[in-house]
Design a protein around this ligand. Structure first.
Ligand code: ATP
Length: 716
């Protein structure tokens, strides 16, 4: 029985109906015998890697049949992808943050070996392949060293079929020879089949069989000696050149006929002979039986684990994920220092009263501002029952200090306006020449006061409204100062204190306080978005890196399912997020004195769920984006609409009706309100305005999870 059999293998990239689709395998036939080395040769881009990826179950043929170790790759229980094969891909596909020994253990555990077995195998492979020191990081290995480690990973579990995509590139001739001798030795004494691609054509002389590939077909498949005899050449390279030239001519005549001819010509009598006659010594036969039994066990094990995993596989995946995150200083900084940094920036920069403002003052009541600092001028003079107001504008001016703004005096309105237009001052306040008299007249004459007195008693204020936050702050503070000013006057004049107040009184707030800052309003949303997008970026980065480095595919070929990889990542990431949330809550409570009037655990759970949905969003991005750049574009593109539509910056009540309804479904809108309700109102999870945030978040988690699964399935 052959180890690998391909019949009419046809594979193209692109759409089936596209006339310009790229045909890579063109009804290719191939046979690899047990106990042999098969050298797959061909020019760059002829489809060798594509063929190998179909053999290991990474890709599927568009049509045709493949049998690997007697079964179709990918079938349940076939062990392919899985422990029956060892695959060394062309790219290094190792975790850079792992040490050499950890890398071997990672693959050993994935293949189901226990740690003692891996240790034994590691020692053998270390000596054979002259591996770098066990504690050396893969990142710090040379190209050749990495290739040797990669080779060791493919060999660690003693597979039945070894598929090596250019394993000898970058190795010195002595080590290349050593590897070939090892493979020859192994295949001679066992049923192990090896498929090896190489660009060093002459080294393939040592193979038992050679397949010469060009334009998606095997031009010849025979022993190296037979190929050289058949094409009357002294080297395989010459034979290959000759064959390639002939194929070119035939293509011009009739390509289809040529392919059919070649297909029928493909036969390997020598190989069959060798295969039938192969003499396996008794000890090796036992070894072979043992391995075959072992593979049977693994098959059973695999069947049992279609829906879940084993302890050693989970240990391997979790160790790898943890090492990947913690061995990069940037990973630690990103996970635990970034939230602190971002929150510090937020709490230090947002919500504080503006300082160092300049406000113009034009006071026509006095000729020189320094008079305002004369105490006799600034008080309302009360004699007997009459209240004489004298230059009381000074009393108002002295009522506000530099916490509102620094006063800049101007003689005329024009001067002040000019200064405001130059933005030297934020605006100006103007008092009429008869301000005090007008105020007095209003108090004395009441409803008989003339219109002009009312006009003259006004504080005329002009502010630069282009900076709304500052303008609102100045406006609010000027009103507060006015209220104190007028109340003081009334008290001094022995009049009712509230006489000067407008008849709208804001009593004790139902929730919050009058000094509730904007910061308290937006803080829950800010914390949630930080946690969500950190999880998004970490997850997208991890998965995209894994895929682009080939680690993802290599792990799949080793038999790990996508689901197992997801579970391992989710498990670790959830733990990290839980600690992130704890860190955030304690940090803002201790450093910024934020009080939670409700239950801490509810907040931590809701924040962890937020991080969880952020993680799934990152996974979804990584499914559809091949590069980090693309992923960053998508994450940034999603960030701003989410922030703007979730009522974080502005109440959603201000949005158009339909948009408001849509915004309510966004992942931060209602959950932000829930967190705010816990923090400021002290409501518990039993209140619907708290638990609806949890429900929305769970809904998003479910939705994103389904999208991820669909995406992963579609992407194969
Ligand atoms: N996912 C893909 N989509 C479209 N074309 C692809 C894809 N993967 C590979 N190809 C194309 O298929 C052809 C065969 O590629 P493959 O990697 O199998 O060649 P190869 O013989 O292994 O080359 P090399 O020896 O340089 O590694 C190349 O032209 C390549 O550009």
């Amino acid at each position: 029985m052959t180890a690998v059999e391909v019949r009419n293998g046809y594979k193209f990239y692109g759409r089936a109906k596209d006339p310009n689709k790229k045909i890579i395998l063109n009804y290719l036939n191939m046979n690899v015998a047990h106990g042999s080395i098969y050298g797959l040769l061909g020019a760059s881009g002829c489809g060798k890697t594509t063929l190998l990826s179909c053999l290991v179950g990474q890709r599927q043929l568009s049509s045709g049949q493949i049998r690997v170790l007697g079964m179709k790759p990918g079938n349940p229980g076939s062990g392919v992808p899985g422990p029956r094969i060892g695959y060394m891909p062309q790219e290094i596909a190792l975790v850079e943050e792992m040490t050499v020994k950890e890398t071997i253990f990672y693959f050993g555990r994935i293949y189901g070996l226990d740690d003692d077995e891996v240790q034994d195998r590691y020692k053998i492979l270390r000596d054979l392949l002259e591996l770098p020191p066990s504690g050396q990081l893969v990142r710090k290995c040379s190209g050749g060293q990495k290739r040797r480690v990669s080779f060791a990973c493919a060999m660690v579990h003693e597979p039945e079929l070894l598929i090596l995509d250019e394993p000898t590139v970058g190795l010195d001739p002595i080590l290349r020879e050593k590897i070939w001798q090892f493979l020859i030795e192994k295949t001679k004494n066992s049923k192990l089949a090896v498929i090896i691609t190489t660009h060093y054509i002459e080294e393939a002389r040592q193979a038992d069989c050679i397949g010469l590939m060009r334009n998606g077909i095997l031009l010849a498949e025979d022993t190296p000696t037979n190929i050289m005899i058949r094409f009357e050449s002294n080297s395989i390279e010459d034979a290959f050149l000759l064959l390639s030239q002939r194929q070119g001519t035939s293509e011009e005549a009739d390509r289809r006929t040529f392919i059919r001819e070649k297909l029928s010509a493909i036969a390997s009598p020598d190989l069959k002979e060798k295969n039938d006659d192969v003499i396996i010594p008794e000890i090796e036969r036992k070894d072979s039986i043992r391995r075959s039994k072992c593979s049977q066990d693994r098959k059973v094990e695999l069947r049992n684990k279609i829906f879940f995993t084993s302890k050693s596989r989970m240990k391997a995946l979790l160790t790898k994920n943890l090492v990947q995150l913690t061995r990069q200083p940037s990973g630690i900084i990103f996970m635990f220092l970034f939230p602190i940094l971002q929150l510090s920036c937020f709490y230090l920069a947002i919500g504080n009263d503006p300082k160092d403002l300049n406000l113009g003052v034009v006071n026509y009541e006095i000729d020189d501002p320094k008079y305002c600092f004369n105490e006799s001028l600034v008080t309302a003079l009360s004699a007997e029952d009459t209240c004489n107001f004298h230059k009381i504008s000074c009393r108002y001016i002295n009522g506000f200090d530099s916490t509102l703004a620094k006063k800049v005096y101007y003689k005329t309105t024009e001067e002040a306006l000019l200064a405001a237009k130059r933005t030297d001052v934020i605006g100006y306040i103007e008092f009429a020449r008869n301000f005090s008299e007008s105020m007095q007249r209003i108090i004395d004459d009441g409803r008989f006061t003339d219109e002009e007195s009312f006009m003259s008693s006004e504080l005329k204020v002009r502010i630069d409204m282009s900076n709304q936050q500052i303008a609102f702050f100045v406006e609010r503070r000027l009103r507060e100062v006015y209220q104190q000013f007028i109340e003081g006057l009334m008290v001094d004049c022995k009049l009712p204190k509230n006489l000067g107040n407008i008849p709208v009184q804001f009593r004790d707030p139902i929730f919050g306080s009058f000094h509730e800052e904007y910061r308290e309003f937006i803080a829950p949303g800010v914390v949630m978005t930080i946690i969500f997008f950190l999880a998004t970026l970490i997850t997208a980065a991890v998965f995209i890196t894994e895929r682009s480095d080939g680690i993802w595919d290599r792990t799949l070929v080793a038999g790990i399912s996508t689901f197992e990889m997801l579970v391992a990542h989710i498990f670790l990431q959830s733990g990290i997020m839980f600690f992130q949330c704890l860190e955030v809550i304690f940090y803002i409570a201790l450093v910024f004195d934020v009080t939670n009037h409700g239950d801490n655990l509810s907040v931590i759970i809701l924040l962890t769920l937020t991080g969880f949905s952020g993680m799934l969003f990152g996974l979804l991005i990584s499914v559809y984006c091949k590069t980090h750049t693309m992923a960053n574009f998508v994450a940034t593109g999603a960030f701003y609409p989410m922030i703007m539509l979730c009522g974080l910056l502005w109440p959603i009540e201000g949005m158009p009706g339909i948009l408001r309804d849509v915004a309510l479904l966004f992942p931060f809108t209602i959950p932000t309100v829930s967190v705010r309700n816990i923090l400021s109102k002290g409501w518990s999870i039993t209140n619907y305005q708290v638990y609806n945030g949890f429900l929305i978040m769970l809904l998003w988690i479910t939705l994103l999870f389904i999208c991820c699964i669909i995406g992963l399935r579609r992407k194969g």
